[in-house]
Design a protein around this ligand. Structure first.
Ligand SMILES: [Zn+2]
Length: 324
C-alpha cells in the first residue's frame, strides 16, 4: 500500500521536498484530435538514449494534459458540494475556471492560480510535454472531411466545391509516457489529483467525440526530489522495446517494459526514494481508489476541501505584516 505517512499533514507554506510521482502511460483508444488547427504538434528528436537515430514524435503539451483532468476534478468537487456552485464572480467563494479563482478549493490549491491583483499560488502539480513512443509515420492519420451538398455530391450546378478540410489525427494505440508530479500535498489532495487522472478519458479539442485516452498508471514513487523526465522515460522505453517499422506497440508490452525501465532510471537519479509502488501492490492500491464507495469518495473530497481551506486561512487570507 502507498505510505500515507509520507505526505504532509498540512500543506506547508514553503517547499518541503515531498514529491509524489505518478508514472503513467497515456494511450489513445480512438482517433484523437489534440490540436485546434489542422496540424499536430511534433518534434524531431533521438529515438532512444542508445539508439540516437532521429525520429519525429507527436508532442502533447502540458495544458492539453492537465486541463481536462482539472475540469473533471472540479466537476466532482461541485457534485459533492466541495466547490461553490455560484456563477456570480462577486461571491467570494465562487470559483469559475479561467475567470475567477476562489483560492481555497482543492483545485486552486493543488494546481495553483493567478489572479490579476489578488496574488497567485504556484501549482503543486507538475506536468510536462509528453512525447509519443513511436514515430509520427505510424501514429498519425490525415482525415479529409468534406462537406457535401444536399444531393450528396461535391458539386453544385456543375461546379466542384472546395469545401474540403484536412485534419491530422493521432491514431488509436499511440502511447505517451508521462510523469505527473505532486509536491507537498496532503494525502487527501494527492488522492484527489490521482483520481482526476484515473477518471479522465477525454482529451483534446473535441470533448464530445474522439480523443479517448486511457491512463495506465505504472508506478507511484515517493521521493525527496524530482525524478526522470517524460522524454528520458520515452526514449528508454524505446531502447528496450525497439518497435519495428509500422507495427503499433501493444500497451501491455509497454507496461511490461516499464517494469524494467523505471527501476533502472530511478537508480540513475540522485534523489532518495521513500517508496516505489509498482506491480501487484500498485494495482491493489489503484483498485482501492477506483473502487471507493460514494461515502468514501465524499469523505476524501471533503477532507481535501478542509486541507485546502486550512492552507487558505493560514497563508492566503492572512496577509503577513508589512506585506500588502
Ligand atoms: Zn477554487
Amino acid at each position: 500500500m502507498l505510505n500515507a505517512e509520507f505526505f504532509n499533514a498540512e500543506v506547508p507554506p514553503r517547499p518541503m521536498g515531498r514529491y509524489a510521482h505518478i508514472v503513467t502511460l497515456r494511450s489513445t483508444e480512438g482517433y484523437a484530435l489534440f490540436q485546434t488547427d489542422g496540424e499536430l504538434n511534433r518534434t524531431r528528436i533521438a529515438a532512444g538514449v542508445e539508439d540516437t537515430e532521429p525520429m519525429t514524435r507527436i508532442t502533447l503539451f502540458k495544458r492539453k494534459q492537465t486541463t481536462p483532468e482539472r475540469l473533471n476534478g472540479r466537476e466532482l468537487l461541485r457534485n459533492y458540494g466541495v466547490l461553490s456552485n455560484s456563477e456570480d464572480d462577486k461571491v467570494e467563494e465562487s470559483c469559475i475556471y479561467n475567470v475567477k479563482s476562489c483560492k481555497r478549493c482543492p483545485d486552486c490549491i493543488s494546481y495553483g492560480f493567478a489572479v490579476g491583483d489578488g496574488g497567485s499560488e504556484k501549482s503543486k502539480v507538475y506536468a510536462d510535454t509528453a512525447f509519443a513512443l513511436t514515430d509520427y509515420s505510424v501514429t498519425h492519420e490525415v482525415f479529409t472531411l468534406n462537406a457535401p451538398y444536399e444531393d450528396g455530391t461535391m458539386s453544385d450546378k456543375g461546379v466542384v466545391t472546395s469545401r474540403i478540410n484536412q485534419q491530422d489525427h493521432v491514431k488509436p494505440g499511440t502511447i505517451f509516457p508521462a510523469v505527473i508530479t505532486t509536491r507537498d500535498l496532503t494525502f487527501n489532495l494527492f488522492v484527489y489529483v490521482l483520481n482526476n487522472l484515473l477518471r479522465t478519458t477525454r482529451y483534446g479539442a473535441t470533448t464530445t467525440r474522439g480523443g479517448t485516452v486511457r491512463n495506465h498508471v505504472v508506478a507511484i514513487i515517493l521521493s525527496d526530489g524530482e525524478i526522470f523526465s517524460n522524454l528520458l522515460l520515452t526514449q528508454s522505453l524505446y531502447d528496450v522495446m525497439r518497435p519495428s517499422g509500422t507495427d503499433p506497440v501493444a500497451i501491455q508490452d509497454a507496461i511490461k517494459a516499464s517494469t524494467i525501465v523505471i527501476p533502472a532510471l530511478l537508480a540513475q537519479d540522485s534523489v532518495r526514494d521513500q517508496q516505489v509502488l509498482m506491480g501487484a501492490d500498485l494495482n491493489a492500491f489503484l483498485n482501492d481508489v477506483r473502487g471507493m464507495s460514494e461515502e468514501q469518495l465524499a469523505s476524501v473530497l471533503s477532507e481535501a476541501g478542509e486541507d485546502a481551506k486550512r492552507y487558505f486561512n493560514s497563508y492566503i487570507a492572512k496577509v503577513p505584516k508589512g506585506k500588502k
